[in-house]
Write a protein that binds this ligand. Structure first.
Ligand SMILES: *Cc1c(COP(=O)(O)O)cnc(C)c1O
Length: 379
């Protein structure tokens, strides 16, 4: 059976171009980037070039780019580092985030709370967005860090990063943004608004297990992984050279097609919404920002039966974040938006990427409409 892949917020295929850039670093240029001989220099050159490319796209300096094993590690690093380097050492003992963050931010923050860090979780509303006014009300002299994502991975809703960053910085706090789903926005601008910023390669055509944490110069940080002198002593372990090279190649390509893609993806979202509405009694979760995610609920569907039926009929989509699927709990994002438990359980996330065609979207929506009708008949 033909499979229609509409789960690009979970992951995307590695492009041919990225694969070709990575391959030599597995075999011919296999060196340890820290070795002082020729083979080491060859690998180090690959990492150096990758770092330069990423720094250029973000408009920051090379020394501010740290390669990680992905978005999850980068988010853990951003939160835990500030918790340990600032919160537990000074009167600035509080971190503020939102209720719709990725599990890696929320879990890292729970760990920090166990160590004695105070936390504030900002509310979101039915539109799926954080209000800068709520951040302003929550601010105080004791806040070390504000961390709010740029685009939510379950709803595609853009968060008001510019305003949030202004409020955080005016209040003397640092600002971190999880920009993993924001690669179709102006990342340079996002970086300029941030003191730390997280990216992950596999969401934009790069390999899994490859991420970046941008840490602005002067931001107190400590190693998440203690070890050698790699990544300026802040991230121990032999550098994953193919991953760094693949990250940079994917980011460069994503940036090159970004403006056209943002427009095309927005049209795909609109098309999907129009066709899916044909099922009747259909509600879209969150403001329709058309960043590449359509999160939809069809009345009468209050469990994962629709998701299972779509999979059986060849459509790959999800009930929310891939990392929390398999969990019996309804999505924490939809719940934080105030949606009822049944709606949160029955909602489906469709997400589009560079490899998604109009045909995929049209067929996916048609199958959705038929599957909804079939489920309703059985009820
Ligand atoms: C996928 C994702 C992550 C985690 O990135 P990994 O590289 O898969 O660990 C973090 N935040 C958001 C918003 C994501 O979509």
């Amino acid at each position: 059976m033909e499979r229609i892949y509409l789960d690009n917020a979970a992951t995307t295929p590695v492009t041919e171009k990225v694969l070709a850039a990575m391959l030599p670093y597995f075999t011919d240029k296999f060196g340890n980037a820290d070795s002082v001989h020729y083979k080491g220099r060859e690998a180090a050159t690959g990492v150096d070039r990758a770092r330069t490319t990423v720094a250029k796209v973000l408009g920051v300096s090379r020394a501010e780019i740290y390669f990680t094993s992905g978005g999850t590690e980068a988010n853990n690093w951003a939160i835990r580092g500030i918790a340990e380097e600032i919160c537990l050492k000074s009167g600035k003992n509080r971190i503020i985030t939102s209720g719709i963050e990725h599990a890696s931010v929320l879990s890292a923050l729970s760990r920090a709370a166990e160590l004695g860090v105070k936390t504030t979780i900002l509310p979101v509303f039915e539109d799926g967005a954080v209000r800068p006014k709520d951040l302003a009300d929550a601010m105080g002299d004791d806040v070390a860090l504000v961390s709010v994502m740029a685009v939510n991975n379950e709803t595609g809703v853009r968060q008001p990063v510019r305003e949030l960053s202004q409020v955080a910085r005016a209040g003397g706090a640092l600002f971190h943004t999880d920009a993993v789903q924001a690669y179709r926005l102006d990342i340079k601008e996002l970086a300029s608004l941030s003191d730390m910023l997280t990216l992950s390669a596999h969401k934009f055509g790069g390999p899994k297990g490859a991420g970046v944490l941008f840490i602005r110069k002067g931001v107190p940080q400590r190693a998440l992984i203690a070890g050698g002198e790699q990544e300026r002593g802040l991230r121990g372990g032999t550098v994953n050279v193919p991953a760094a090279v693949g990250f940079a190649a994917a980011l460069e390509e994503s940036e090159r097609i970004r403006v056209n893609e943002a427009e095309r993806i927005s049209e795909l979202c609109e098309l999907f919404e129009k066709l899916a509405a044909g099922a009747g009694g259909v509600h879209f979760n969150g403001r329709r920002d058309r960043t590449g995610v359509v999160n939809v609920w069809a009345e009468g569907v209050e469990d994962t039966s629709l998701l299972d039926l779509l999979d059986m009929r060849g459509v790959c989509c999800s009930a929310g974040a891939a990392c929390s699927s398999g969990s019996p709990e309804p999505s924490h994002v939809l719940t934080a938006m105030g949606l009822g438990e049944g709606r949160a359980r029955g909602s489906i996330r469709f997400s589009f990427g560079a490899a998604t065609t109009r045909g995929d979207v049209t067929r996916g929506a048609e199958i959705f409409v038929r599957a909804v009708a079939d489920i309703r008949k059985k009820i």
